[in-house]
Ligand binder design. Structure first.
Ligand code: SF4
Length: 379
């Protein structure tokens, strides 16, 4: 049976972080109840369409899914298990923030079959956390990890943001060594227009040399500590690569459920009459999404209306460019026959940014720092 992944978006956070440009808003509890009912309704709409395929990973992301009560998470997981064919060894991840997880909640999540936890630690420095507008402290991060281990989680990812001018990267790397998670996502701070961080104009992005130096330092230290650098921003201990994220990077199919969620199917979206490979995006904000699925708060609509607000058909050129991008960011090679600018290929190879051998091109670690520019200019 062919496989696909399921992403469920929980678009709620207790308070907006100062750098955040993700789709999330602050809710009250009634909103969350209605939202979970709407998500359950949406899951059910897909029942007639995916019965010949198996779910290999489920990712409950956000927002802050750890704001949900265990009863909400139970509704989501049982809805997925009852509606879809789920692989026995399915990876089920939930995103959490240190301030919204208790020992009881983590135990309940583990009992529900969630076998991978992703914790948004971001930094081990209280001043950095404060400047980012995070609600937790470094101490609460250590305590969240301890509670997660006690609850039985053996596969934990932590997110760390780097590239903050006042940040001491050695402190972050030491923090990781102390908690030894199975997986680390290192995200470079991007200062998006419209965020409070952008508006204060205090933070400035690092220049190219400083960024490269930092990237190389993180790479070298993480390798020394036994991690594999398996994607431009991601590190994993042996056997702990994220199945869900690998599916995105290998252009696998995925169903996006929830307000603002995205999905992608190579054979199209037959549930809305599309047969070419396509992406879709669900309605946002949550109130609009809920109104498409529930008549009045709490009641399911009788007709099957998919809450999709936008679709995009991918032509051959878009598919090739995506394939190149995704292959290179996961250290795979692409055929040099795809390269349009041969002169530049020679320069980049001489500069040590790409490897070219036997008509195959791949990035070096330094090349990863400038991947966007390389792909845009070469292909
Ligand atoms: S927790 Fe994540 S999604 Fe929520 S406001 Fe902060 S950065 Fe945004």
């Amino acid at each position: 049976m062919s496989t696909y992944s399921v992403y469920v978006h929980i678009p709620y956070c207790k308070k907006k972080c100062r750098y955040c440009s993700f789709l999330s808003t602050t809710p009250d509890i009634k909103d969350i109840d209605a939202y979970i009912k709407a998500v359950s309704t949406e899951i059910n709409l897909y029942k007639p369409f995916l019965s010949d395929r198996e779910v290999k990973s489920v990712y409950i992301g956000g927002g802050t899914p750890s704001l949900l009560e265990p009863s909400h998470v139970e509704q989501l997981i049982s809805g997925i298990r009852e509606t879809f064919v789920v692989k026995e060894d399915v990876e089920i991840t939930i995103e959490t923030n240190p301030e919204s997880v208790s020992a009881e909640k983590l135990k309940a999540m583990h009992t529900l079959g969630i076998n991978r936890l992703s914790i948004g630690l971001q930094s081990f420095d209280d001043n950095v956390l404060k400047s980012l507008g995070r609600l937790h402290s470094a101490d609460s991060s250590f305590s969240a990890i301890e509670k997660a281990r006690n609850a039985g989680f053996k596969n934990i990812n932590v997110d760390i943001i780097y590239g903050i001018p006042s940040q001491n990267i050695d402190r972050e790397l030491k923090g990781i060594k102390d908690i030894h998670p199975e997986h680390v996502s290192f995200y470079y701070l991007t200062i998006e227009q419209g965020t409070p961080l952008y508006m204060d104009k205090i933070f400035r992005p690092l220049n190219d040399e400083a960024f490269e130096e930092l990237y190389m330092l993180v790479h070298d230290e993480m390798i020394r500590n036994g991690y594999e650098h398996y994607e431009v921003s991601n590190f994993a201990k042996k056997g702990c690569q994220s199945i869900h994220n690998m599916n995105y990077w290998e252009r696998g199919d995925y169903l996006g459920i929830g307000s603002g969620a995205h999905g992608f199917f190579k054979a199209g979206l037959p549930w809305i009459g599309m047969t070419a490979q396509a992406r879709y995006e669900n309605a946002y904000p949550p109130s609009v999404y809920i109104s498409k699925l529930l008549d009045k708060p709490g009641n399911k609509r009788s007709e099957g209306i998919f809450p999709i607000s936008r679709t995009e058909v991918l032509d051959k050129d878009a598919e090739t460019l995506e394939y190149i991008f995704l292959s290179l960011r996961t250290w795979k090679h692409v055929d040099t026959a795809l390269v349009k600018n041969r002169v530049l290929m020679k320069h980049l190879s001489d500069d040590g940014l790409i490897n070219v051998q036997d008509n195959k091109l791949s990035l070096t670690v330094r090349g990863m720092c400038v991947m966007d520019g390389i792909v845009t200019e070469l292909f």
